[in-house]
Structure formats: structure tokens, C-alpha cells
Design a protein around this ligand. Structure first.
Ligand code: KG4
Ligand code: ZN
Length: 330
């Protein structure tokens, strides 16, 4: 059994976790920066990087204290090395390098998307490769056939906005606050999803990809028309996103006959309407459905530690001069 320290700092969550290769999350610590970014209605990279510098050290200490372990007990140190806001990524990666150097333990540089992609295997020990994954976060919206650790076949991506980005922009347009996804979901619960006619970009088309920019423009028009409440627009928007995600995933299932399960991960996977509709789609296709618990959907360090554990077990460690990457496709 291996013990892994995982660090995450690619966006606006600072996180540290200690996790075993037996899926035991000994501790996971997370500090969000919502209050610091809320006045700007979105994440400000410079503010995020400075906040990571301040909080990451104390979080690592707290994670060790809670787990009862020390750096000497750790087998490998995993950190997000990209993609993300480069200043923040560098804070986590440089910290991991320093700890690796000081303790003579191996470094595992984790692709943040791989963290999301493997997180369902942390949540469910029986989930085997290959599985069809809908990865929906603030920066990405992809359908991937996950064939193994480090083996991802991309079946679809977004041609404009990511799904989470659409939620965040809609929240901003409707004045619902920041972060946008949970705010839209709360407002949608009080609205009628049939009330506002919104487009479903690419629905039913042979093209496998996603598109959300047109939907965002339609939300703006609906708001400016002034005929519907923010709750009704939010509910109609959420329904349109869910319809698009479900339709595109249904199409991808035809390209992924070997998939043993339908899996959803990433921040938008925390949305109950998204989860419910994909679960129904999996049932329709006769497939298992796996979605991580909500805390594991949004950014955290346990998933980075887990991806680190999977890579470490496969002998995939990295040199200390590995660079942080703002862009890094899976
Ligand atoms: O995975 P994540 O925490 O960070 C990235 O890697 O991007 O995803 C964050 C995204 C944000 O766009 C956020 O608005 C969205 O996930 N999100 C949600 C919900 N919770 C978070 N979107 C819809 N419904 C939610 N409940
Ligand atoms: Zn993420």
C-alpha cells in the first residue's frame, strides 16, 4: 500500500490531501477563495496565485496533522502540473518539488483533467476500464473513452464554451452571484424549465461536439426581454444544458460499445439535474452509472492524490525539472 500527498492549486481552490492506494482518504483539506473573487464576478488569476501562496503551506500541515502521518511516511508527492491558471499551478507544483527534494520521494506531475477523469475510480473500487466519461468542468466539456491510466480517447469536445463556463456566465447575466453553477441550480429549483424557449445547439446532429455560446446569447436576450423571472430563465437554461449533455452523450455511447459504464465527473457533475438525466440515459443503454460524491466532483486534492496513486502504481513518476503548463490536453 502506498501513501500519497496530493496538492491542487490550478484555479481558485487550494487543497491538500493524504490518500492511500487502497482508497483511504486519510485527510483532505480545502480552502475556497470565493470571497476574494466575488467582487469581480470571476476568478482573478493574480489574486488566486497570491492566495495559494498564503494558504497552501498551512493546509499541508493541517492535512498531515489530521492524518497522523508525516512527510517521512509518504511514498510519493503528487501535484497538479496543469492545465490551469499558470501562477496558481506553479505554486502547487513548486511546493511539491520542494517537498520531494527535501524528502527524496518521487514527484508525480498530474494533469488536472486526469484527476477528474480517474476520480470515479476513487469513489467506486469496482469501476473498471474502459468507461465512457463525460468530463464537465469550468474549463472543459469533453466525452472521453477512458481506456487506462494515461490512455484517454477523446470522442468530443466543446467548440466554444465549457458547460461550467455557461453556468457561470448565465449566473452573471442573471445577477445570481458567484460561483455560478450552484447559484443557477438553486434558482432553477424555483423556476419552470418549460417557461423560456431556448436553443439546444447541435441537438440531434451527427457532429459529436458541444456548443454553448448560442445558449448564453439566448439567455441574454431572454433577460433583456424582461418577460420572465431569473428563476424561470435559470430553470430553462439548466434544462437546455442537460438536454445537450444527454444528447451528445447518447451519440457517444454508439462510438464506445466497449464501455463498461457511463461516468460523469468535474464540477458540473455536482448538478442534480445533470446527474439524474445521465443516470436515466445509462439505464436506457443498460450500462452502470457512476458519479463521484459532490465533494469529489468540484476541485479537490483527493482526486489529484488518487491520480498520483494510480500513476505511481504504474511506475509513472516525473523529474523535478518538469514544467507547469497552462494548456495541457489529455
Ligand atoms: O471541476 P471544477 O471545480 O473546476 C474546474 O476544473 O473548472 O468545476 C467548476 C465548474 C464551475 O464552472 C462551476 O460553476 C461548476 O463547475 N459547478 C456547477 C455546480 N457546481 C459547480 N455547475 C452546475 N451545477 C452545480 N451544482
Ligand atoms: Zn477541475
Amino acid at each position: 500500500m502506498a501513501l500519497i500527498l496530493g496538492l491542487e492549486s490550478s484555479c481558485d481552490e487550494t487543497a491538500a490531501a493524504l490518500i492511500t492506494s487502497d482508497r483511504d482518504v486519510l485527510s483532505h483539506k480545502l480552502a475556497g477563495q470565493e470571497a476574494a473573487h466575488a467582487p469581480y464576478g470571476g476568478v482573478v488569476p493574480e489574486i488566486a496565485a497570491r492566495a495559494h501562496v498564503e494558504i497552501l503551506g498551512p493546509l499541508i500541515e493541517a492535512a498531515f496533522a489530521e492524518s497522523g502521518k508525516t512527510l517521512a511516511d509518504v511514498d510519493a508527492i503528487a501535484a497538479t502540473a496543469g492545465p490551469g491558471l499558470i501562477g496558481g499551478v506553479m505554486v502547487g507544483l513548486v511546493t511539491a518539488k520542494a517537498l520531494a527534494l527535501a524528502s527524496a520521494k518521487p514527484l508525480v506531475a498530474v494533469n488536472h483533467l486526469e484527476g477528474h477523469a480517474l476520480s470515479p475510480r476513487l469513489a467506486d473500487a469496482s469501476l473498471e476500464f474502459p468507461y465512457l466519461l463525460l468530463l464537465v468542468s469550468g474549463g472543459h466539456c469533453q466525452l472521453l473513452l477512458v481506456e487506462g491510466v494515461g490512455r484517454y480517447r477523446r470522442l468530443a469536445t466543446t467548440i466554444d464554451d465549457a458547460a461550467g463556463e455557461a453556468f457561470d456566465k448565465t449566473a452573471k447575466l442573471l445577477g445570481l452571484g458567484f460561483p455560478g453553477g450552484p447559484a443557477v441550480e438553486r434558482a432553477a429549483a424555483k423556476g419552470d424549465p418549460q417557461s423560456v424557449k431556448l436553443p439546444r445547439p447541435l441537438l440531434g446532429s451527427r457532429e459529436p461536439h458541444f456548443s454553448f455560446a448560442g445558449l448564453k446569447s439566448a439567455v441574454l436576450r431572454a433577460r433583456d426581454a424582461g418577460t420572465h423571472s431569473a428563476q424561470d430563465i435559470a430553470a430553462s437554461f439548466q434544462q437546455a444544458v442537460v438536454d445537450c449533455l444527454t444528447d451528445r452523450t447518447r451519440g457517444a455511447l454508439e462510438q464506445a460499445a466497449e464501455a463498461t459504464a457511463l461516468v460523469v465527473a468535474g464540477g458540473v457533475a455536482a448538478n442534480q439535474a445533470v446527474r439524474g438525466n445521465l443516470e436515466a440515459l445509462a439505464a436506457e443503454a443498460g450500462l452502470r452509472f457512476v458519479a463521484p460524491p459532490l465533494w469529489l466532483c468540484t476541485d479537490n486534492a483527493a482526486m489529484i492524490g488518487w491520480a498520483g496513486a494510480e500513476r505511481y502504481a504504474a511506475g509513472l513518476t516525473d523529474p523535478l525539472d518538469i514544467a507547469a503548463r497552462a494548456r495541457w490536453p489529455l
